[in-house]
Design a protein around this ligand. Structure first.
Ligand code: ZN
Length: 144
């Protein structure tokens, strides 16, 4: 058993849309044990036809194994991308919570940032988050 977040292989280049799908698929599999096109369509509020097209593309790209009547699983590469996005989502959420922003604002902004931030900036924000965790007095100063 390897933890893909602990020692990630170099993930393939992915678009924000592909990353969103992989994030949803991983979340569904974690929570329900499976991911179906109908569930993804409901979560992303788009048509099942659009979801099927995207999932087929993820299959061609080697990120998902999709069988029409059996649903889908993530490949190792797909797992690596999903783990990377989950890590970013968690880190950015923790950082913004220091400022006591509304949860819906945090979620919306994190969903955008998690796809677009560079590895270098993420590293910097990770150091900042660790520092703030260790220094609640600074957090108190930052809050209005
Ligand atoms: Zn996210």
């Amino acid at each position: 058993m390897t933890d893909p977040a602990a020692n990630p292989p170099v993930p393939p280049r992915t678009t924000a849309a592909a990353e969103d799908y992989l994030e949803r698929i991983a979340g569904l599999i974690k929570n329900k044990g499976y991911a179906r096109v109908v569930d993804i369509a409901a979560e992303l509020k788009i048509s099942q036809a659009s979801v099927t097209t995207m999932v087929q593309r993820l299959d061609v790209d080697g990120l998902v194994k999709y069988e029409k009547y059996r649903g889908m699983v993530l490949t190792d590469a797909g797992e690596a991308v999903a783990a990377r996005i989950a890590h970013r989502h968690e880190l950015l959420t923790q950082l913004l919570r220091f400022f006591e922003l509304p949860e819906d604002v945090i979620f919306r902004d994190v969903e955008g940032m998690e796809h677009h931030i560079s590895g270098e900036t993420l590293d910097a924000l990770e150091r900042l988050t660790r520092h703030l965790h260790a220094h609640p007095e600074i957090v108190a100063q930052l809050r209005r």
